[in-house]
Design a protein around this ligand. Structure first.
Ligand code: NOJ
Length: 487
């Protein structure tokens, strides 16, 4: 992580913040077990999907009138991206989307989560929509539907129009929130005739702190805590305005909710006291975003802890922020806090994480499959929701191409098998998890790590743009076909 933070620091911060070997044809030969079933598997109708985001895959940053985003500028600053790459080309998905949709179909996925690049629709963030930008998403959505895949749209996956950063300081100003509401209205008006599910902002828990607090993500600022708290509040406000815009301008029945990297808390040991402590911890550790969205107030402990640095807000804002949502999207990769009961403070104690705790090939990606059991279970209880989607889960890996041209990513399979088994355990107990989006369909631009960290089910050669299914693509295809984790 060069000049700014060491890998270890990054891992720590990331922890705090949220956070097929065959050709497609051969894959079709890998025999999935029997058809979808209920007993011992996921509920009937469970939504299986994969996910990507605009800046990470589209490329074509200067085409068809797209404006600049803060990530276009940020990746130009020397030393910011570990391998010096950027999203200029990425996966060329803007041009190769049909090929990529065929890959989704090959997995048997019935859903695909993608994001709209705000600066493609509004090159300056506001004003008149760019018809060519809209055209692209119309074509993408039509192609998905033609292939029997439901489009799940994210409004904001971090590519803020640079113009809004320049004019208003980005999310520092509520002007940006209002303009985001207008952009959301435009998307709702033009696309919800076919898009039935909309995620508002992706991972406030990361882009606020990393972008404005410690300068790791765009726009690369290091502001004091009070400002960061205000910006987080603004992101919650933007979420609420987008919910209202979708209700007002979208087709009736369009469903909308957040996609948040919930701070994942789990009991260190499964006792009634610790489970209760984990429940309290989940609410408190997510007080700055998810909880205020779901409850319409900041918790006493949050306000006490923030002290003079607490965000400034009005009751009217809290009302907007807590506009009712249809589902909770949770991005869950790794345990953030193992907790035990405590008679101190709010009633829980987060335990220090030992240095030897196992992780995948990203330091922050600690292996804690039971988070896919506890977090949705406790979240459903605390926020009384009847629809949770795992909007992201997955892992990076070394993913070496072997001399036979194949990628045997048994580590990713190990990770997925264990996480999915725990998710299945949750659904078998009646926890209302309705779907799962695996991050990611294919290797792509992994932000500060550039093209070097590979999260895909499909390997991408970024020189030739050839996509090759990893062994995990066959694994996932089998899970979907069986509708079961298949431990
Ligand atoms: C969360 C983000 O939403 C996504 O953009 C990122 O690539 C994955 N996690 C993996 O780090």
């Amino acid at each position: 992580m060069s000049d700014k933070v060491s890998r270890r620091q990054f891992a720590k911060i990331a922890g705090l913040s949220a956070a097929g070997v065959a050709s497609p044809l051969e894959m079709a030969d890998a025999k999935p077990a029997a058809a979808a079933r209920n007993a011992g598997g996921f509920p009937a109708g469970f939504v299986w999907g994969t996910a990507t985001s605009s800046y990470q895959v589209e490329g074509a940053v200067n085409e068809d009138g797209r404006g600049a985003s803060i990530w276009d500028s940020f990746t130009r600053i020397p030393g910011k991206i570990e391998d010096g790459t950027n999203g200029d080309r990425a996966n060329e998905h803007y041009h190769r989307y049909k090929e990529d949709i065929a890959l989704i179909r090959e997995l048997g996925c019935k859903a695909y989560r993608f994001s709209v690049a705000w600066p493609r629709l509004f090159p300056d963030g506001d004003g008149k929509p760019n018809p060519k930008g809209l055209d692209f998403y119309n074509r993408l959505i039509d192609e998905l539907l033609k292939n029997g895949i439901e489009p799940w749209l994210t409004l904001y996956h971090w590519d803020l129009p640079q113009s809004l950063q320049d004019r208003f300081g980005g999310w520092r100003s509520t002007e940006t929130c209002k303009i985001f509401g207008d952009y959301a209205a435009c998307v709702a008006e033009h696309l919800t005739d076919r898009v039935k599910n909309v995620f508002t902002l992706n991972e406030s828990g990361r882009f606020v702190y990393f972008g404005y607090g410690i300068g790791i993500d765009a726009p690369g600022l290091t502001l004091p805590r009070a400002e960061v708290n205000q910006i987080r509040h603004n992101s919650a406000l933007a979420h609420g305005l987008a919910v209202q815009a979708v209700r007002a301008h979208g087709r009736r029945g369009t469903k909308v909710g957040p996609a948040e990297n919930i701070d994942a808390c789990a009991p260190a040991i499964d006792t009634p006291e610790n489970v209760r402590a984990a429940e309290i911890a989940l609410r408190e550790m997510n007080a700055g975003y998810l909880n205020v969205i779901m409850e319409g107030r900041y918790t006493d402990a949050f306000l006490k802890f923030a002290g003079r640095d607490a965000p400034k807000y009005t009751d009217a804002e809290l009302k907007i922020i807590s506009s009712p949502v249809d589902f909770l999207g949770l991005n869950i990769y790794a345990p953030q806090n193992y907790v035990v009961a405590s008679d101190q403070g709010p009633g829980f104690m987060p335990l220090p994480i030992p240095k030897s705790f196992p992780h995948m090939n990203s330091d922050w990606l600690r292996i804690g499959p039971e988070t896919l059991y506890w977090v949705p279970k406790l979240a459903a209880k605390i926020w009384k929701t009847d629809a949770i989607y795992i909007s992201e889960n997955g892992t990076s890996g070394e993913d070496q191409v072997t001399p036979d041209g194949k990628i045997y990513d048994t580590d990713r399979i190990m990770y997925l098998r264990n996480y999915l088994a725990q998710l299945q355990r949750a659904t078998e107990e009646g926890v209302p998890v309705r779907g799962y989006f695996l991050w990611s369909l294919m290797d792509n631009f992994e932000w500060v790590f550039g093209l070097g960290k590979r999260f895909g089910l499909y390997h991408v050669n970024f020189d030739t743009q050839v996509r090759t299914p990893k062994l995990s693509a066959s694994f996932y295809r089998n899970v979907i076909a069986k509708n079961a984790a298949g431990v």
